[in-house]
Design a protein around this ligand. Structure first.
Ligand SMILES: NC(=O)c1ccc[n+]([C@@H]2O[C@H](COP(=O)([O-])OP(=O)(O)OC[C@H]3O[C@@H](n4cnc5c(N)ncnc54)[C@H](OP(=O)(O)O)[C@@H]3O)[C@@H](O)[C@H]2O)c1
Length: 260
């Protein structure tokens, strides 16, 4: 039986991606950290939509996690035909003041786990074609953002890797997409950042359910780069044409404004 596997599925955009897939009749496998009632959330989605759900609670920063998730899928004879690498975290601050643990965790989750999940599951996606792969990056992917240096760099990696893979896999029956959400009020840290954020972030804000609806719909029609809505497309267009030094200065001003 075919399944969509979604990481970071216990809350925010990932929970809404899970609900949206289920609403469309897709069976869902949910992955997130232990201790967030993930199994109960999976059960509720199954009851509400009539699809089959299952869940695995695991820390994706653990280097063995992608392999363990793959073993769990194989053991249960689930056939994954849609992989969504959504787990990730952001944050702002002075790079030199980040703890080693913060830096390592962000690379381990946003970069390492996202990469290794694909390395584990792409053979399955090819076997189960036609299939889909979507990675959540950010509207910040491609921007060199001072004071969000780690976040923008990790999301740039995700965007570039995804677009490259989309060409490698287009003859293999796997449609590959990168999702570029703008400001989306999910956890308290992000919600606070949006409140204190610049005009562009505040006007283009979109709910997690709307991001998920657009993301899934566009991934399933094979859109390579997915922006969420007109305002975010406009912001992205501006980011691409404004000189890098000006974009960087906007980020610097933003940091000073929020840290006065
Ligand atoms: N919100 C935004 O404005 C925004 C904008 C652009 C891009 N994004 C991207 O969208 C994605 C989802 O963000 P969100 O705002 O929805 O975040 P969120 O509400 O904080 O949810 C993050 C999800 O990832 C899971 N997770 C965190 N660390 C994990 C780990 N080590 N191992 C396994 N699962 C882990 C969390 O699980 P627990 O609940 O168990 O902790 C949760 O399910 C991220 O990649 C983020 O960078 C967000």
């Amino acid at each position: 039986m075919k399944f969509t596997l979604i990481t970071g599925a216990s809350s925010g955009i990932g929970l809404e991606l899970s609900r949206e897939c289920a609403r469309l009749g897709r069976n869902v496998l949910m992955v997130s950290l232990p201790g967030e009632d993930l199994c109960e959330k999976a059960d509720v989605i199954a009851e509400d939509s009539g699809v089959i759900t299952d869940a695995i609670e695991i820390d994706l920063t653990d280097h063995k996690a992608p392999e363990q998730i793959h073993s769990w899928v194989v053991k249960n004879n689930y056939q994954v035909d849609f992989l969504i690498n959504n787990a990730g975290f952001g944050g702002a601050g002075v790079f030199a003041e980040h703890s080693a643990n913060y830096v390592k965790s962000m690379i381990d989750l946003n970069v390492r786990a996202t990469t290794l999940m694909q390395q584990q599951f792409i053979p399955d996606l090819i076997r189960n074609k036609p299939s889909f792969l979507m990675n959540t990056a950010s509207i910040m992917a491609g921007v060199s953002a001072p004071y969000k240096a780690m976040y923008s760099a990790t999301k740039t990696y995700v965007k570039n890797l995804t677009i490259a893979l989309s060409y490698e896999l287009e003859t293999e029956g796997v449609s590959v997409s990168v999702l570029l959400p703008g400001a989306t009020p999910t956890n308290p840290v992000v919600t606070d950042q949006i409140k204190k954020g610049n005009f562009a972030a505040r006007v283009s804000v979109m709910s997690p359910s709307e991001v998920a609806r657009i993301g899934i719909a566009k991934a399933l029609i094979g859109k390579r780069v997915i922006t969420t809505g007109f305002k975010n497309s406009l912001v992205l267009g501006l980011i691409n044409i404004i000189p890098r030094a000006i974009v960087a200065q906007i980020a610097v001003n933003q940091h000073h404004k929020t840290n006065k």
